[in-house]
Design a protein around this ligand. Structure first.
Ligand code: BDR
Ligand code: CA
Length: 312
């Protein structure tokens, strides 16, 4: 099986990304590293450890960065997210994960697992890119040890945190710039994730696919929350951003895209955090940019995930 590490800030859609990866028979999730983002690190780490247990992943879990390289991170422990609720996972407080926390910090765990995997590590980053950038700065030979790097982040001429920038990149543009400069990237940005929005009927189908057993109960609750947010409160959480990055790695036909040279503005101006694709196509490509999502294919993988959790 392919060794996998998931760096994340759970996060409702991060929870789906973890569950989807766990349901893939070809993936072996070796470690989960937490980063501040949707919530402060204290909560994203708590959630990562709890999800590791509830979703029966059984990986190492490590703590990462509490804040970006230079920007200020201003969410306190009492922050309530309109998208992710008060705990970060739809206001659900899961029981504490019992597996002891990894003694190493996230950036060291990323390197350690990359070495252990002998160049085969599949790395996902679905939160701000601070942990991965730290690892790249600390271990210059890391790029040669990563088989593929998938992120949820950015967007070509699209933003959700500012008119120009997507939230994960916006939170730490310097870290994102470092990652794009050093590591060939499969970028699942807003172009693809918005294209992969699920309809109310899709969510109903996914809720039904979870059944009534205990193992898929959390997923059922999270799908129900997403449905409520999207179609009752009128937010856009019918877009389960992070899981699309995992789905693309599971099945290359889930997203359509192009190879481009992408760089990140980190100049603290209006366009800070913008992912810019070389318009002239002159610079050598460093990124596979997903631009579209085959929603039916993606939903097929989510349904398979529901069945996996019904049956384990
Ligand atoms: C990204 O930001 C977070 O809210 C989500 O978890 C996702 O990673 C979407 O812009
Ligand atoms: Ca996330």
């Amino acid at each position: 099986r392919i060794p996998v590490l998931i760096d994340c800030d759970p996060g409702v859609d991060d929870a789906f990304a973890l569950a989807l990866a766990q349901s893939c028979p070809h993936f072996d999730i070796r470690a989960i590293t937490a980063v501040y983002g949707n919530m402060p690190l204290k909560k994203t780490l708590y959630n990562a450890r709890a999800l590791n247990e509830v979703l029966a992943i059984g990986a190492q879990v490590a703590a990462g960065a509490k804040e970006p390289f230079f920007k200020k991170y201003d969410r306190g422990d009492d922050y309530v997210s309109p998208v992710h609720g008060s705990t970060g996972i739809a206001s659900i407080l899961l029981p504490e994960g019992r597996r002891p926390l990894d003694e190493d910090e996230a950036c060291d765990v990323i390197y350690r697992e990359a070495v252990r995997a002998g160049g085969e590590l599949l790395l996902f980053a679905v939160g701000p890119l601070t942990n991965v950038a730290k690892a790249l700065m600390r271990y210059p030979n890391l790029p040669g040890l990563i088989s593929r790097f998938y992120i949820m982040g950015g967007g070509i001429e699209m933003g959700n945190q500012s008119p120009y920038a997507e939230a994960n990149i916006f939170k730490d543009p310097t870290a994102a710039r470092i990652c794009f400069e050093k590591l060939p990237t499969h970028m699942v940005g807003l172009n693809a994730t918005c294209d992969g929005a699920l309809s109310e009927a899709d969510l109903d189908e996914l809720i039904a696919a979870c059944g009534d057993g205990p193992k898929a109960a959390l997923l059922k609750e999270l799908f129900t929350y997403s449905r409520h947010n999207a179609f009752v409160k009128g937010q856009d959480s019918n877009i389960i951003h992070d899981a699309i990055a995992v789905a693309w790695a599971m099945d290359g036909a889930v997203c359509g895209g192009e190879e481009r040279h992408v760089w990140v503005r980190d100049d603290a101006g209006d366009r800070d955090g913008e992912t810019v694709a070389d318009p002239a196509g002159v610079a050598p490509a460093n990124t596979w940019v997903a631009m579209t999502t085959d929603t039916a294919r993606y939903k097929g993988l989510l349904l398979q995930m529901c069945r996996y959790y019904r049956e384990i």
